[in-house]
Design a protein around this ligand. Structure first.
Ligand SMILES: [Zn+2]
Length: 284
């Protein structure tokens, strides 16, 4: 049974509809696709809308060919945004044997306000020109042209989404707070998504992410200040006591460990907070 995904480029929303299953869900544009892509190993237990729409015989999990390739392509484009082009996407379709599902434009006009009426009636122009000019001026939340893709399954709805995002020049990014994929709809330089933060249920990633980054920066600065203080103290102790070799040994070992800590923090294996604790414990 087919379902549709409809994109409203003006209001930046998408609506997935399946009248047969009585499903009608509206979300920000690209949301269902980026949510789906973010599932990874959780895909199997998920109640994501694509899985509710899929026929029972369409089994998909995070190891399925399409899912793996799709994620690989998106990851590649995030790593190197110059690869995120319509042409490369077409080539991706060729490589994977996937295709963009059939689609058409849908015109939704406000019957109460014909677009022709929005133009000064005394202008000496044809009714055709009045209509074109009127539409250009019209309120696009009431007069919309949307794109409707008819999908037969999960692959279709994914390819429709990716194709439509590319058509609109909208990128896919990874949220700096929750690590899920998202589409920055309003600002292309957005670092965080609008989902609920996994670290604070009363905030979105956007609100929580910058706060957490700021706090992490303070902690990093604090750790660096403490590291330098201890470094100088240990160095001074070595210089003043050249006859005590254990001071030099202690300093050398400490320097090596402190460097390893900095590397581990950079890679996200340890936190600045833990580093501060270690520094405190190894002052002597
Ligand atoms: Zn997020």
């Amino acid at each position: 049974m087919a379902f549709t995904i409809e994109f409203d480029d003006n209001r930046l929303i998408e609506e997935i509809s399946d009248p047969y299953r009585r499903i009608h869900e509206t979300q920000p544009l690209g949301m269902s696709f980026t949510d789906f892509l973010s599932l990874g190993e959780n895909l199997r237990q998920s109640s994501h809308i694509y899985l509710r729409l899929a026929d029972l015989d369409e089994r998909i999990d995070h190891t399925s060919y399409t899912y793996v390739r799709m994620k690989e392509f998106v990851d590649l484009c995030i790593k190197d945004p110059s690869l995120y082009t319509m042409e490369n996407f077409m080539f991706f379709l060729h490589l994977t044997g996937l295709s963009v599902p059939e689609h058409h434009l849908q015109y939704r006009f406000d019957p109460e306000k014909p677009v022709e009426d929005l133009v000064n009636p005394y202008l000496q122009i044809s009714s055709f020109e009045a209509a074109v000019r009127g539409f250009a001026k019209s309120d696009k939340s009431k007069h919309a042209i949307t794109s409707v893709y008819t999908c037969d399954g999960i692959e279709d709805v994914c390819m429709a989404s990716l194709y439509h995002l590319l058509k609109l020049g909208l990128a896919i990014k990874v949220c700096g707070n929750c690590g899920k994929y998202f589409v920055p709809l309003r600002r292309s330089d957005a670092l965080y998504c609008d989902r609920i933060s996994p670290f604070n249920a009363s905030k979105t990633c956007k609100e929580d992410g910058s706060q957490r980054a700021f706090e992490e920066k303070l902690k990093t600065d604090e750790a660096e200040k403490l590291r330098r203080q201890i470094y100088q103290a240990k160095q001074m102790r070595v210089r003043r006591n050249p006859h005590i070799p254990s001071y030099k040994e202690n300093f050398e070992r400490w320097k090596k460990d402190a460097n390893q800590w900095k590397k581990d923090i950079k890679k996200g294996r340890r936190t600045s907070e833990e580093f501060i604790q270690w520094l405190e414990d190894n002052r002597k």
